[in-house]
Design a protein around this ligand. Structure first.
Ligand SMILES: Cc1ncc(COP(=O)(O)O)c(C=O)c1O
Length: 466
């Protein structure tokens, strides 16, 4: 079908065939778009995939090729592409009220905050809306610092402890919490007061990988750092229940509980970054359920709307919220975001949560995720060192020899191209630690079927055999 396109240069409407539209878009892209995390030099010879449409677990590129989206976009299209219900809810909301700021109020934000409070454990029920995961984290960090000061007058609690390899966002605060040197180096010095400890990584753990079981020394490192720094200087610990983009490191048994106990012992707030793990990704509705613990502050984005529209949320406990209710104006939380909690995004989130709850998608993530993990674990390949994860959040660590040498950057880049040519969009941890960008990542929509899981296994087997 011909398409109407208004070109920027000609300022007139002309009729183009789809192929022409695709190459026209590509020209404009290469000329004007500045892409995320891409080296632009030489991009003409490896242009980014131009995705034109999506349906269920699949996307179609501008030349009509179909791909199984093993990454759900960027860990986020949890309910899959093409859900009419969300589109209709957003259209209705836009017609009724296009926008209003949350310095006042509107129905969709109030209803969504109420809905989140219902889904979360009692006492975790105060919601601050933002536009993205980075902003949700930024908000959590600011809340934690101010809250710690107001809860402990006379102390100076501002330090935040995070883990190496963890990812928390691109803004300066969230990046300071991020424990990935390759993402930080160009922008240093970052925000002062952030400290990092080793992540749980049973395969390469410097504390206990040669012992039969994990000894949780990596969790105890947090206590050691709190004591060495002085508890009266530490505001919060921030952690993803499963480190995601950094290379898929699930919390070992007992780890989250240990974290909670340490924070309680020293009056330190626990921020759980559920931007990836929230809303079913790990086979439970929320990542913290794996440890049966409660956080003081939670951060959400991605699966909150399944990325149909941008939205982030920071949820605070009653205790945290009450620290902001003083008799003077200075104790309030001074932050405003023009678009945060946009009515259309909240409407998208409400419709998305209806789908998630009606279809109980975390159960499918648990079921198909366990099947996929097992089948990937059965692949006989000398390159696969470890397959790990939970629910539909899975990492495949690749090594080039018996001494755990990580796959080289060049081999990883080649592999990614092979997967794309084979019709599977798969992710990887881009240099979350120097020289360790060697983990393939799978995070497909939570509607993935067993047959689609089989397709992933067949493709991974075939590409690695090559
Ligand atoms: C755990 C975690 N926190 C925060 C973020 C930042 O979210 P956003 O990209 O929406 O800013 C991400 C993004 O991948 C993430 O994985």
């Amino acid at each position: 079908m011909p398409a109407l396109v208004r070109t920027a240069t000609q300022k007139e409407t002309i009729v183009m065939m789809p192929q022409t539209v695709a190459s026209h878009n590509r020209d404009l892209d290469l000329k004007h778009l500045w892409h995320a995390n891409l080296q632009h030099r030489g991009l003409e010879s490896r242009p980014p995939l131009e995705v034109a449409s999506g349906d269920g677990c699949y996307v179609v590129d501008s030349e009509g090729r179909r791909y199984l989206d093993g990454m759900a976009g960027l860990f986020c299209v949890n309910v899959g592409y093409g859900r009419r219900e969300i589109v209709d809810a957003v259209a209705a909301q836009m017609s009724q009220l296009a926008y209003y700021p949350l310095t006042q109020s509107h129905g969709p934000a109030a209803r969504l905050a109420g809905r989140l409070a219902e889904l979360l454990p009692a006492g975790l029920d105060r919601v601050f809306f933002t536009n993205s995961g980075s902003e949700a984290v930024e908000t959590a960090l600011k809340m934690a610092r101010q809250c710690a000061r107001q809860l402990h007058p006379g102390e100076n609690r501002y330090k935040i402890i995070a883990r190496h390899r963890g990812y928390h966002g691109f803004t300066m605060g969230a990046l300071s919490a991020t424990g990935q040197s390759a993402r930080r180096a160009a922008f240093e010095p970052l925000v002062p007061g952030f400290l990092h400890v080793p992540p749980p990584d049973p395969y390469r753990c410097s504390f206990c990988c040669d012992r039969p079981a994990c000894s949780l020394v990596c969790a105890d490192e947090i206590e050691r750092v709190i004591r060495m720094e002085g508890p009266e200087t530490v505001a919060a610990v921030i952690a993803e229940p499963v480190i995601g983009g950094g290379g898929i490191f699930p919390a070992p048994e007992g780890y989250l509980e240990r974290l909670r106990a340490i924070c309680d012992r020293y009056g330190v707030l626990l921020i759980l970054d559920e931007v990836i793990t929230g809303f079913g990704r790990t086979g439970k509705l929320f990542g913290f359920e794996h440890g049966g613990i409660r956080a003081d502050i939670l951060t959400f984005a991605k699966g909150l709307t399944s990325a149909y529209l941008p939205l982030g949320a920071t949820v605070a406990s009653e205790q945290v919220f009450s620290a902001f209710q003083g008799d003077n104006d200075r104790s309030k939380f001074v932050q405003v975001s023009t678009f945060g909690g946009h009515p259309s995004s909240c409407a998208a989130a409400l419709a998305n949560l209806d789908i998630l709850m009606r279809e109980r998608l975390w159960e499918n993530a648990a079921d198909v995720g366990a099947y996929l993990l097992e089948r990937l674990g059965d692949i006989r390949s000398r390159w696969i060192a470890e397959v790990r994860g939970c629910g539909l959040l899975i990492g495949i660590e690749l090594v080039s020899d018996d001494s755990k040498t990580p796959f080289s950057e060049a081999r990883m880049v080649n592999l990614m191209r092979e997967f794309r040519e084979a019709g599977l969009l798969i992710g990887r941890n881009v240099e979350s630690a120097p020289g360790y960008g060697n983990v393939l990542i799978l995070s497909p929509p939570l509607i993935l079927s067993h047959e689609q899981a089989d397709t992933i296994v067949t493709t991974v087997t075939r590409v690695l055999e090559k």
